[in-house]
Design a protein around this ligand. Structure first.
Ligand code: ZN
Length: 242
């Protein structure tokens, strides 16, 4: 079985299409997993939900998804994120709001727990230090955990008797005897300095996770954002990957 692991699409249809095409190019995936934040920031919330639904992904709820349902006080977001979240929410039909509202905060499948932020605090916590990653090991029971939220492709490897360490997600990661927390990076708004869409493929037979980067036409997404009146800073950051 092969699994496509996508996170933080953020209403970026051009990035999503480029990733879906790349999944095909890499030999396809039997199952899709989505680690939350399908919407928010970008210009195509409805289209991204519809396109992704075609793959019937196992999806968990992100903070921006929750924001778009109206069930979250948007003052928790910075002003640009809040403005974009409100704009996204206004574009969604009741059917899509219902879809986002019923997403679970965590999902467990095979050896993996899926959560947007962290298994300890799925909506808000960022796993960006070894100490926070280590503290989260007690909050999931599977061997591996997949997260999004920070938009930075990372892996935390635990080791008995040492604090473990957080590092950049390599192009090829072998699943072995250590518990891992893995962030595949963001499809629609990468923040590690590389503007290309980021995602991962898991090959269960080989026990390997492959990290992929995919270029997409950023300027098309930016032009849509400009026409929509979305905050200029959010469009600019797409070409910086920050
Ligand atoms: Zn996000």
């Amino acid at each position: 079985m092969r699994y496509a692991i996508l996170a933080d699409i953020h209403s970026n249809l051009e990035a999503l299409e480029a990733v879906l095409l790349d999944v095909d190019k890499q030999g396809g995936a039997d199952v899709f997993w989505c680690l939350g934040d399908i919407v928010g920031y970008g210009p195509n919330p409805e289209e991204c939900i519809k396109r992704l639904s075609q793959y019937q992904p196992l999806t968990v709820l992100g903070n921006h998804d929750l924001g778009a349902t109206g069930e979250l006080d948007l003052s928790y977001f910075n002003p640009d994120a809040a403005a974009a979240c409100l704009w996204n929410a206004q574009r969604l039909k009741s059917e899509e709001i219902r879809y986002l509202s019923q997403l679970p905060q965590k999902a467990v499948t095979d050896d993996f727990t899926l959560a947007h932020g962290s298994p300890r605090d799925p909506i808000w916590e960022y796993v960006l230090s070894s100490a926070i990653a280590q503290a989260n090991l007690a909050h999931f029971e599977t061997f591996f955990c997949l997260i999004g939220h920070s938009h930075i492709p990372l892996v935390f490897e635990s080791a008995p008797g040492d604090p473990g360490h957080l590092r950049e997600l390599p192009l090829r990661l072998t699943l072995g005897e250590r518990r891992l927390i893995i962030n595949p990076g963001s499809v629609g708004q990468p923040r590690d300095g590389d503007p290309r869409a980021s995602y991962a493929l898991y090959d269960a037979e080989q026990r390997l996770i492959y990290h992929h980067r995919v270029p997409y036409p950023v300027s098309i997404t930016q032009e849509k954002m400009r026409l929509a009146g979305l905050p200029p800073r959010l469009a600019l950051r797409l070409s910086l990957g920050r």
